[in-house]
Design a protein around this ligand. Structure first.
Ligand code: FCB
Length: 390
């Protein structure tokens, strides 16, 4: 069955600053990665050296035939000490926005992709009383560099960020983890407040502003309907409600969540699982997009992340093709979707799991930083050129 996409549909690949830049010595993650008994599998170190090699990265995206590149700003480079702003560091990201445009790529830029400067971690973190003001001030400083971005995201996955402390507690108590739990409400409230603050600043600067959220297919197993609705309300609905009135919404979809009467249940053993113990469920992309469209029909969506950690690139292509068919189906069903951005352009630093999971369309030699495109990059570029699948 052929699947085509709307005219002007964006096709891209994504990265995030801390996962690819390298040498982000001044953020919270670097500090945690390098603790004597760090929970991180390994430190990020030089990552993919994209702080220096971003032109090469964008050349690969453009040469493949893609039209979009998503990347993020690193707050700790731009405001290394509280109130000490670096114009030179911000200029780096302005050059990236310009560099994307020069290559015919539509830049999608995220202000905060999980990391914060060390000084903020030591003075309140995301829930600190001054964090909203500080983030708004950072957004004001950064906004002029982003005027040529196609879409700007305030915060990446606040619903995942708010679930992180809960996950951490479960891991410490040795409880089984079958997916993303209900977020910590204090963190959720803080992040949603901060999204609102940044939105005000960015809107004032004329930027097309939204946030990106984890979306998932929610599946109720026998007797799990009520629990599924309650978890979905906490993990998704309150965040979707906060996106009402935004210019756009990014959805990042990897898998599904299964619920029984007592909460999340693990996928059946025969269902292949991915990095982070996720179920392999490509069709989740269509389901998550359709759900968000039913709750929030007025806000256009971009699938800002979707992908699979696998050493088998042929399986990456199969997974992505199935996900795109489901996405196309959701669009035919009425969901307003403006683009698809694959996670990730590069094999990069996958947070706590280090460099082992490989989500990239391009592999990166860990010593020479030489990039080698995988067949999936050319495949996705071809889908982009045709704006559809056969
Ligand atoms: C998402 C993150 C992204 C990447 C993928 C695999 O939750 O936004 O940085 O790690 O998962």
């Amino acid at each position: 069955m052929t699947s085509s996409f709307p005219e002007g549909f964006l096709w891209g690949a994504a990265t995030a600053a801390h996962q690819v830049e390298g040498g982000n010595v001044n953020n919270d993650h670097w500090e945690l990665e390098n603790l004597p008994r760090s929970p991180f599998a390994e430190p990020s170190g030089d990552a993919c050296d994209s702080y220096h090699r971003w032109r090469e990265d964008m050349d690969l995206v453009a040469a493949a035939g893609l039209t979009t590149y998503r990347f993020s700003l690193e707050w700790s480079r731009i405001e290394p000490e509280e109130g000490e702003f670096s114009r030179a560091a911000l200029d780096h990201y302005r050059r990236m926005v310009d560099g994307a445009r020069e290559r015919g790529l539509n830049p999608i830029v995220t202000l905060v992709h999980f990391t914060m400067p060390r000084w903020l971690m030591h003075d309140g973190g995301w829930t600190g009383p001054k964090t909203g003001d500080r983030l708004a001030r950072f957004a004001e400083f950064a906004a002029p560099a982003l005027t040529d971005a196609e879409y700007v995201a305030t915060i990446n996955e606040p619903n995942l960020m708010a679930a992180q402390p809960v996950l951490g507690g479960m891991a410490m108590r040795g409880e089984p983890i079958h997916g993303l739990p209900r977020p910590d409400q204090q963190v959720a409230d803080a992040l949603l407040g901060q999204h609102g603050r940044v939105r005000e600043v960015f809107r004032g600067a004329g930027l097309r502003t939204g946030m990106t959220l984890i979306g998932r297919e929610n599946i109720a197993e026998d007797g799990g309907e009520e629990r599924m609705r309650a978890e979905r309300a906490a993990f998704e609905d309150q965040f979707l409600a906060a996106a009402d009135g935004d210019d756009w919404l990014g959805l990042q979809v990897y898998t599904c969540a299964r619920f029984g009467p007592d909460g999340l249940v693990p996928p059946a053993p025969e269902l292949q699982t991915l990095a982070h113990g996720m179920e392999r469920r490509p069709e989740a992309l269509g389901a998550a997009v359709s759900y968000a469209a039913s709750v929030l029909p007025g806000v256009p969506r971009v699938a800002t992340e979707n992908g699979i950690a696998t050493a088998d690139d042929a399986d990456r292509i199969r997974f992505t093709e199935d996900a795109l068919r489901a996405l196309s189906h959701a669009i035919v069903g009425g969901a307003d979707v403006r683009g698809y951005v694959h996670w990730s352009l590069l094999d990069n630093f996958e947070w706590m799991l280090g460099y082992r999971p490989t989500f990239g369309l391009v592999s990166v030699d860990r010593e020479t930083f030489v990039r080698t495109p995988k067949p999936s990059l050319a495949w996705l570029g071809e889908v982009a050129r045709r704006n559809g699948l056969d």
